[in-house]
Design a protein around this ligand. Structure first.
Ligand code: LLP
Length: 386
């Protein structure tokens, strides 16, 4: 773990901050890219996991594309070196100005989430005198069996075009002269470790893709399988790099990619989660009536909301040498009881001023930070030595 290895250099820094291990990021991106390249697959890194410029530059330099869900992310991707033809743009509520920006930049595809959106993009493209390249995000009605808040492919979710809307869309398509349907897109959830979920996604996607090509006459160029590969939050030191090989092998085995089509993925978490830690300092310690020992730290849910929002687990480490051990609740600086990083974690005996690190915080940590309670947004430090 980086923070333990370089603890002396961190001690004098003002806390809290995110600490990024750039060599680990490089190794992770290379592993993902190599496993994808072996099969001719393309990866669009999902900026929502972490849009930090320094990380994006590393990811862009390795040759990955970008997956963006807002105009802000599309602009950030372009600024950080992603070629427009490697950028995809999705999200259920794209603003007109962002759609126009994406069309004008000539990005690879705008993945549409409703019939109405397709019609609006057609008319915006018409006004701009362009033909917009689009993809259709279809709702495959699959449960990803992950955290309830992280499942996106069931028919009761807000994402994707339903079968009924798709029928209507196919009927309207010949009249929509300013769009070109380049491919189809699926994304069923996040933090998925059970490969049988991706197998089910492949089988559903196969049915849909084959039907659209063979029976509905669509000349599809790509199928985008979204993101979702999970990481090991419980043993990050043992498993710093996710099993990209096993992940892509599942798709290779379970999905017959028709001749002339490309397969695309939008990985976020698996690329950046393990290279980031949140380093914080103990402000106060106390024991309440129930006997619970608290470590109250100078960070909280405004900087890492995952434990409060999803009950997510992040390993906690105390930096530096320590004697004896004790079980603590590690809580943050926000005025809510849900602002708890860990309810029960055993650490070396800890005092005011000691530093703690929350591991596996590179994805959906800094990107979901807010100024709740008017705490400042977190700082970032980068380590770029092997
Ligand atoms: N593509 C689309 C359309 C998505 O909605 C997402 C994530 C991804 C790709 C990237 O998925 P990943 O490879 O990172 O699983 N805040 C939550 C995760 C929300 C994921 C939202 N969509 C968390 O902290 O766990």
């Amino acid at each position: 773990m980086l923070s333990s290895n370089i603890f002396p250099q961190l001690q004098s820094l003002e806390t809290p901050f995110y600490l990024y291990d750039i060599p680990l990021l490089r190794r992770t991106v290379e592993a993902a890219k190599a496993a994808a390249d072996r099969r001719g697959y393309h990866i669009h890194y999902a900026l929502k996991a972490n849009p930090d410029r320094r990380l994006l530059e590393v990811i862009a330099a390795a040759g990955l594309g970008a997956d963006c869900v807002s105009g802000g992310e599309v602009r950030r991707a372009v600024e950080c070196g992603f070629a427009p033809e490697k950028i995809v743009f999705e999200g259920v509520a794209k603003r007109d100005e962002d759609i126009l920006f994406a069309i004008e930049r000539g990005i690879y595809a705008i993945n549409c989430e409703s019939l109405e959106e397709v019609v609006v993009i057609n008319s915006l493209a018409e006004q701009a005198g362009r033909v917009a390249e689009i993809g259709l995000r279809l709702n495959p009605n699959i449960d990803s069996h992950t955290n309830e808040h992280l499942t996106t492919g069931r028919s009761d979710c807000k994402f994707g075009i339903s079968r009924r809307e798709m029928k209507e869309l196919l009927r309207l398509l010949p009249d929509l002269k300013n769009i070109h349907v380049r491919g189809v897109h699926f994304h069923i959830g996040s933090q998925i470790l059970d490969m049988s979920v991706f197998e089910a996604q492949c089988h559903k996607a196969q049915e849909i893709v084959d039907d659209l090509r063979d029976n509905k006459g669509l000349h599809l160029e790509f199928v985008n399988m979204g993101g979702g590969l999970g990481i090991d939050y419980h043993n990050p030191e043992q498993n710093p790099i996710p099993d990209f090989e096993g992940y892509f092998a599942t798709f290779e085995r379970e999905f017959r990619l028709p001749e002339g089509m490309s397969m695309r993925f939008e990985l976020g978490r698996s690329v950046v989660a393990q290279c980031g830690e949140l380093v914080t300092r103990v402000m106060f310690t106390k024991t309440n009536e129930s006997g619970r020992r608290f470590l109250i730290v100078d960070s909280g849910m405004s900087q890492l909301i995952r434990p409060a929002l999803y009950g997510a687990h992040h390993e906690v480490r105390r930096l530096g040498e320590g004697e004896g051990r004790e079980v603590y609740a590690v809580v943050g600086d926000v005025c809510e009881s849900s602002d708890t990083f860990a309810y029960q974690t055993e650490l070396p005996i800890t005092h005011r001023g000691d530093m703690l690190s929350l591991l596996s915080a590179g994805a959906y940590g800094a990107s979901m930070a807010s100024c709740y309670n008017l705490h400042p947004l977190p700082e970032a430090h980068y380590w770029d030595r092997e």
